[in-house]
Every structure is written in C-alpha cells, then in structure tokens.
Design a protein around this ligand. Structure first.
Ligand SMILES: [Ca+2]
Length: 236
C-alpha cells in the first residue's frame, strides 16, 4: 500500500515537472551562471558563459548589473550598442552580429533528447538597428534572423524582429534525430530583405517536448506505475 501511494506521488510529481514551462533541455538557458569575461568585458573575446562557447567570432555578453558583461550603458566601442536594454530574463543576455562576410555564432551540448520526439525551441530575441558600430562590421541598421541548428543541421530560423530594442518571442519545432548527444547552435544572419548588417540579442532559451511527446512520456509513466503495482502485489 505504501508503495502504491509513493508511486502515485512520484507520478504526480513527474507529470507536474513535464507540464511546467521551466522544463528545458538547455543548460544555462538564460546565461545567468558562469564567468562571461575572466578579464573584464572585451569586444575581442567571446562573452559566452559555459557550457556555451563561440563557434564563429566573438558574441558579446550583456549584464545589467555590470558585474560580468556590458552594463546598461551598452558597448562603448559600438556606440553604446543595446544601451538601456534590460535582459528578457534575469540580468544577462547575449548579443551577436552578422555583416559582410561574417556571421557570429555560439553553441552548447544540451541534456539528452529522445530521438523521434518533437521539440520546440523558443527564445526571446531583440535587435539594435540604430546604425551603430560602423568601425566593427556596421553600421548595424538591419533586422536580421537567427538560424537554429541541431547537431549542425538547420531546423529553422527565428524571424526578424518587428520592433527595435524590444524582446519578441520566437520559436521553431523539430524532431530529434538519432544521436548520442545533441548540440544546439545559433547563427546570426543579416537582414533577409536587404542584407543589411544586423546585431541581435538572445535570451531565455527553452527546448521543450511538444504536447504529443509529453503525452507519450506520461502514458509511459502510467504504464510503469501499473507494472510496479503488479510487482508489488506479487511480492505481497
Ligand atoms: Ca538572461
């Protein structure tokens, strides 16, 4: 009897965890933990806190507190890029750019996915299109896109922002391939209409199973409980 109560409680907890919006396979999804700049903010080194790492050029870390990243004043060398931009979640976000001949990008290895299940990748995306940083690949007056890659293959793009300096939710859906591990990577792309250099912000990244996949996970748990119950009866 005790075991049945226990499994009922654990089932309830598991279902609660699955349905929570906090459920995500991404590690450090909002860039809030880890060291961004061991030697202080610099435009010459990547500001991606672990386990994130740059795969092309040097994405920038913004930290509204100014403790470890570019503060609310923005990046001085970039004419105060993202000045006054408050992180979508917590204190930090990443800014990265695409221009003539370069597309900044960064990546991490996520927690394992279930091959064949459908997942949604969502994030908060912003753009500083005020024409800054002429000397550093600018002027950035485009509204770019962000290419989303799983294990090196594009699974879709976060479409360009409709407003300046405003967080907007973007998402793409994909089916997890057969693999022993899963990398997620974001690649900055220039404005798709005009090719203008673009500098985007990204924060609050989530990779969550689609409801159909969650249902099959839930049914799996119910089956497990039934099995445990039968095993319990036989033992008793
Ligand atoms: Ca954040």
């Amino acid at each position: 009897m005790k075991n049945i109560v226990k499994t009922r409680i654990s089932l309830a907890l598991s279902v609660a965890a699955l349905s929570s919006s906090a459920w995500s396979q991404v590690i450090n999804p909002s860039f809030e933990t880890g060291v961004a700049y061991p030697n202080g903010p610099s435009i010459w080194v990547s500001g991606t806190p672990s386990p994130w790492y740059a795969t092309s050029y040097t994405p920038d870390c913004y930290d509204n507190t100014g403790a470890d990243g570019w503060g609310l004043g923005g990046i001085p060398a970039y004419n105060n890029m993202f000045q006054g931009m408050v992180a979508a979640d917590g204190d930090r976000f990443i800014g990265f750019a695409a221009g003539a001949g370069f597309q900044e990008s960064f990546k991490e290895t996520m927690a394992p996915l279930t091959a064949g299940n459908q997942y949604t990748i969502s994030a908060q995306m912003a753009v500083d299109d005020l024409g800054k940083a002429v000397s550093f690949g600018g002027p950035y007056f485009g509204r770019g896109e962000i290419d989303v890659l799983i294990n090196g293959s594009s699974v879709g793009k976060f479409s360009q922002n409709t407003m300046s300096l405003t967080w907007e939710t973007r998402s793409v859906t994909f089916v997890a391939p057969n693999a022993s591990s899963y990398d997620i990577e974001f690649v900055a792309k220039p404005d798709p209409l005009f090719g203008h250099p673009s500098y985007m912000g990204l924060d609050d990244i989530k990779v969550v199973p689609e409801p159909a996949s969650m249902l099959s996970l839930g049914l799996g748990l119910v089956g497990l409980v039934a099995k445990r119950r039968r095993a319990g009866r036989q033992a008793a």
